[in-house]
Design a protein around this ligand. Structure first.
Ligand code: BES
Ligand code: ZN
Length: 459
């Protein structure tokens, strides 16, 4: 076996080539939620399949689904060695508001040591750094240190229905000793973290209607139903200014954290509260003030409105009462809760709280379960050691508020331990304008993953 230093040298020497390839991939606008980008999503899938072929993977293919394709690659070297399943997503979020981008969202640009592009941090650079680490083993040692399966999806940002079906139907084929996911972030560039839990998500659309047609607001104002106003009232009845969600069944279902986790949140040794204010550019946090910030993000449910559409928003003025309006509303859910059950609770609350004179319809656009990982296993220990060796600081273990729906299925269906080792940074602007990924993090990430792979084999 070559030494870690030789592999790290290979990674340093070839870094600019990895980055060049990454920029090529990033330029493909693989926005999964917008139908007009369907071909781009497929091109991004083909691109990474071709990359696996070029790396020498004996098996690398795209798998057609009802939605966007999956990409699968495997390289099995020795059935006495462990098998690692690596998961990532090659789809990206939409780019609006486009005017806020300093450089066009799909024109990858390097500025101040960062790569700016939609999908840079979430998740293409994080996939690419794993491929670079694998390449270092292949080129320097002549072979991978363990068996590798790679499963990439193109629908994560749109709910991930196809991969969920695939994993449920092919548990034997995907069988592995551990799953690695690099789709989260660290606390800051000097403080690595390993994620121990993710929240689930339930994404819905609320459609409210009133009169049979739009109405003149002079002739009817004061007597007509107004769906936009009704939506505002409904939403504030679901979550008021105190940040408390008014769904009694949900409130009763929030799990009780361990005393150690509660203490960590209370003491907040990483100063998450201040860091969050700085990241957001605000002076204070809103929401459930009596709970520590990390608890609100990691364990408490959250109800957020993503957009409201209806009526007149063009230039100038138009005196109209709209006949209908919609809002996109999601709930983040503590690990352990079943989104479909929560949907029924939400439906009941919506029916009770909609102001009289209006009709409301709630649809479930997509959902995914959250999960919590028992992190006392050799795979997570190997990840912790690799992070400590690359960063000079031991990682902290903490929950994150975002969701990776398939992670819960790997845990419950495949019963495979999941390692959530991400290299993003809190200010990467994921899902927002000017998304970026740090080149330093890319470099350290490649080395950490290469080291992690070696530790899995030797342990
Ligand atoms: N990479 C994120 C998940 C994430 C974000 C984990 C922040 C930890 C911290 C992932 O790509 C993502 O954005 N997922 C979506 C899933 C949803 C659309 C089903 C999310 O969380 O909104
Ligand atoms: Zn995302």
């Amino acid at each position: 076996m070559a030494t870690a230093t030789t592999r790290n040298n290979y990674l340093d020497e070839n870094q600019s080539r990895f980055i060049e390839q990454l920029l090529e991939w990033l330029a493909i606008p693989s926005i999964s939620t917008l139908p007009e980008h369907k071909d781009d999503v497929r091109r991004a899938a083909d691109w990474v399949r071709d990359k696996l072929v070029a790396m020498g993977f004996p098996e690398a293919k795209t798998i057609a689904t009802e939605g966007h394709p999956l990409v699968y690659g495997q390289w099995l070297i020795d059935n006495k060695r462990p098998t690692l399943l690596f998961y990532g997503h090659y789809d990206v979020q939409p780019v609006d508001p486009i005017d806020e981008w300093q450089t066009p969202p799909f024109q990858p640009t390097i500025r101040d040591g960062n790569i700016y592009c939609r999908g840079a941090s979430d998740d293409k650079a994080q996939i690419m750094l794993v491929l670079a680490a694998l390449e270092a083993w292949i080129k320097v040692d002549g072979a991978l240190p363990l068996n590798i399966k790679i499963l990439l999806e193109g629908e994560e940002e749109a709910g991930g229905a196809s991969i969920a079906r695939y994993v449920q139907e092919n548990p034997e084929f995907l069988r592995a000793d551990a799953v690695l996911i690099c789709d989260t972030h660290m606390v800051h560039p000097k403080q690595p973290s390993l994620v121990t839990g993710l929240r689930g998500v339930l994404y819905t659309e609320l459609a409210v209607s009133g009169a049979k047609t739009d109405l003149h607001s002079g002739s009817y104002g004061g007597v007509a139903p107004n769906p936009i106003h009704a939506l505002c009232i409904l939403i504030s009845r679901l979550k008021g200014e105190d940040g408390v969600i008014q769904i009694p069944e949900l409130a009763a279902a929030i799990p009780i954290p361990s005393a150690a986790e509660e203490l960590f949140w209370q003491e907040d040794p990483l100063h998450a509260k201040e860091a969050l204010c700085t990241e957001m550019g605000v002076e204070e946090l809103v929401g459930e003030k009596e709970y520590p910030a990390l608890e609100r993000i990691g364990l408490r449910p959250a109800l957020e409105v993503h957009g409201i559409r209806g009526g007149f928003t063009g230039t100038g003025a138009k005196t109209v009462i709209p006949a209908s309006a919609i809002a996109k509303v999601s709930l983040r859910l503590p690990a352990g809760l079943e989104p479909n059950e929560v949907f029924a609770w939400l439906e009941k609350a919506v029916d009770e709280k909609i102001p009289g004179g209006h009709k409301v319809r709630l649809s479930n656009l997509h959902s995914g379960k959250g999960f919590y990982i028992e992190h006392d296993n050799r795979y997570i220990r190997a990840a912790a050691e690799a992070l400590e060796s690359a960063y000079g600081t031991a990682p902290v273990f903490m929950r994150e508020g975002g969701s990776i729906p398939i992670a819960a299925l790997f845990d419950t269906v495949l019963k495979t331990p999941v390692v959530l080792m991400g290299f993003g940074l809190p200010d990467d602007n994921i899902h927002a304008p000017n998304e970026k990924f740090s080149i330093n993090q890319f470099n350290k990430g490649t080395k950490t993953v290469a080291d992690f792979l070696g530790r899995l084999t030797s342990g």
